[in-house]
Write a protein that binds this ligand. Structure first.
Ligand code: CUA
Length: 202
């Protein structure tokens, strides 16, 4: 055993006790590691937000959720896909426990698409995987997301905000079809709403 010094600061520590400077050095290393992880996460968020054209909700647009069905933009006959005079597409949807109305929308490839959504009851989520579409659908507000589909295909549209017991079953679909097919089916009905199609039968 080492000889004990009379100076208490120089006394050797009992077995199992780690010297203070070793503890401080280890903590500093972990602090640097955590700082680097934090910095990396912030960088990833900023880069993906810019590169993925994510759109933080900036347009505060209010709407009365109790009168959606009585008139205005979200009245039933106005839901679904509508072609604007400039050729762009607007899709209007309502989220409610536990479905999106309409549950299937069709849009053409290559056109600017604007989704406008609101909720009739509680907070829902609207997400199109592999696109920049990802927004909360809050009762009392209109959520607007702009996107563009570069190829045809079916996109699932899950509600990704827990909204009650049926949340897991709240799914809808976006079907992206070639422009010609879209024009052929709906070309002469612009710019009225052309919702209420069934993805399963097409
Ligand atoms: Cu709607 Cu979860």
């Amino acid at each position: 055993m080492a000889e004990q010094s009379s100076n208490p600061q120089r006394m050797s520590l009992p077995d199992g006790v780690v010297p203070e400077e070793v503890v401080a050095r280890t903590e500093m290393r972990w602090l640097i590691v955590m700082g680097a992880v934090l910095l990396l996460m912030i960088t990833v968020i900023v880069v993906t937000a810019i590169m993925g054209a994510l759109q933080p909700s900036s347009n505060v647009e209010v709407i009365d959720p109790t009168t959606l069905h009585l008139g205005g933009e979200f009245v039933e006959s106005n839901l679904g896909t509508a072609i604007e005079p400039d050729g762009s597409v607007t899709v209007r949807l309502i989220g409610e426990q536990y479905e999106f109305v309409p549950s299937c929308v069709q849009v053409p490839v290559g056109a600017p698409v604007k989704f406008r959504l609101t909720s009739a009851d509680v907070v829902h989520g609207f997400l199109l995987p592999d696109t920049n579409v990802n927004t909360m659908v809050v009762p009392g507000f209109v959520a607007e997301v702009r996107t563009y589909f570069s190829r045809a295909g079916d996109y699932s549209m899950p509600c990704h905000e827990f909204c009650g017991l049926g949340h897991h079953a709240m799914w809808a679909h976006v079907r992206v079809v070639p422009r010609e097919q879209f024009e052929k089916a709906y070309g002469n009905r612009r710019p009225t709403a052309i919702g209420r199609i069934t993805c399963a039968t097409q």
